[in-house]
Write a protein that binds this ligand. Sequence first.
Ligand SMILES: NC(=O)NCCC(=O)O
Ligand SMILES: [Zn+2]
Ligand SMILES: [Zn+2]
Length: 483
Amino acid sequence: MTTIIKNGTIVTADRTYKADVKVENGVIAEIGQNLSGGEELDATGCYVMPGGIDPHVHLEMPFMGTYSSDDFESGTRAALAGGTTMVVDFCLPNPEQSLLEALQRWDNKSTRANCDYSFHMAITWWGEQVFNEMEDITKRGINTFKHFMAYKGALMVNDDEMFASFRRCAELGALPLVHAENGDVVADLQAKLLAEGNDGPEGHAYSRPPQVEGEATNRAIMIADMAGVPVYIVHTSCEDAHEAIRRARMAGKRVYGEPLIQHLTLDESEYFDKDWDHAARRVMSPPFRNKQHQDSLWNGLSSGSLSVVATDHCAFTTEQKRNGVGDFTQIPNGTGGLEDRMPMLWTHGVNTGRLTMNEFVAVTSTNIAKILNVYPRKGAILEGADADIVVWDPYKEKTISADSQQSAIDYNVFEGKHVKGLPRFTLTRGKVAVHDGEVRTEEGHGQFVERPPNNPVNTALSTWKELTAPRKIERTGIPASGV
Ligand SMILES: NC(=O)NCCC(=O)O
Ligand SMILES: [Zn+2]
Ligand SMILES: [Zn+2]
């Protein structure tokens, strides 16, 4: 099956130029002028870009006594509708559960995916078995391990466990990911707020001020530095965390920060809405912040101190959110965003001049492909790369509405937002999944993407750490012991 994308302008992380793209057997076969010989997709007036990669989603996630409502079918359908062609979900072992056994469950769930996907493995407990199985997991093509510094009594790990796991990551050439919030402080603040009768959704935001994130981000970075491993901080939401990342990068540490489209475009006033449902639907961790924090995140993207824009798509229905009526700590944490990430970032980033088109491609696709060690198979418009492509129409507009979304939930946190810039076509390994705005996904088309360890950044850091490691001083003429 041959497809030619005709008359478009190719936009990659580092170049913008006019050319046609020939797709054969799921990969980019040729890039050139006046290509012909297959089904043609008209890209006149459009930008031909690498499909988005969302490295942070939770599909059918078991969490807070329920499951997030988008599964691998609806979640990846939403992704493709918005121009995202690969997602990375988090495999979460139960306490004491084998990592391999947990992975089997995630393998079963993901067979319905419409686009390619991969997994991060969460380290939810620590012991010899976990230490050993981390190697098996990397052999299965998973080179990232997630650590939660929050969710005390559930997913949270302590500093000693995190340090041990980070050191294991360093040995295996893997990358630790961190949810950086001080879980002990959050738990105390939650209890205090509830005791004072502050039980509404705004209590969620009050219990997770920027300081809990700034402190934990700095701690994770320093622990990673001592373990000799790069570190990736998920859902960076505030200046306090960004500042820690920026400072570390300036000091030569290998640290990545990942803001979410929600934190870039929605603010804390959502929690002060008089409508309980409105506020609760927006409960996620970390919570939305004020405009100063938003500016900091945008500046981080344009200056390069923040690397990736994700969604942390973890969608709960209104009914599920109502588990927390009378106690905000029981509101399932999470919001959706998979379908809206690319159009919202284009509208608020490229159309406003905060980002160039090339920066847009970098932060939605290419940077994370490199970090995950799948570049240039993913994240590139190059001959030989997978044909995960979005043909982006910068003039196509819509108003976001739950009524027309792919996600399974009954609302959208971006409801009523107007976006300009949408996919005309989305291709997932050559298959046209969005055709002139019409969704034509194929359940089960998605494949697991293996990600080898030993990213060049890991190797460089290990080399440097070995070169600069403390060494015993060999001495002659050591004086006799005083005893
Ligand atoms: N972010 C959030 O509130 N829910 C999903 C789980 C997580 O990433 O912390
Ligand atoms: Zn998190
Ligand atoms: Zn998450």
